[in-house]
Write a protein of this length. Structure first.
Length: 83
């Protein structure tokens, strides 16, 4: 008498590891510098007349002229405060 025994063993192991790390750092720095001129002379007046030359050249310069007008107003306010 013959006896045959067959044993088959199959082992499958699968391991999956996923690690995701996201680090976001946002830094905002704002620096404001104020300069005070203690001189009573009005040297700033020379700059006011130069800005009017650009008005006839191009219509695209309108935004720049508005900025120049605001700067002139700020200068006048500073001069008034000093007096």
């Amino acid at each position: 008498m013959t006896t045959t025994t067959t044993t088959t063993t199959t082992t499958t192991t699968t391991t999956t590891t996923t690690t995701t790390t996201t680090t976001t750092t946002t830094t905002t720095t704002t620096t404001t510098t104020t300069t005070t001129d203690d001189d009573d002379d009005d040297d700033d007046d020379d700059d006011d007349d130069d800005d009017d030359d650009d008005d006839d050249d191009d219509d695209d310069d309108d935004d720049d002229d508005d900025d120049d007008d605001g700067q002139r107003r700020r200068r006048r306010r500073r001069r008034r405060r000093r007096r």
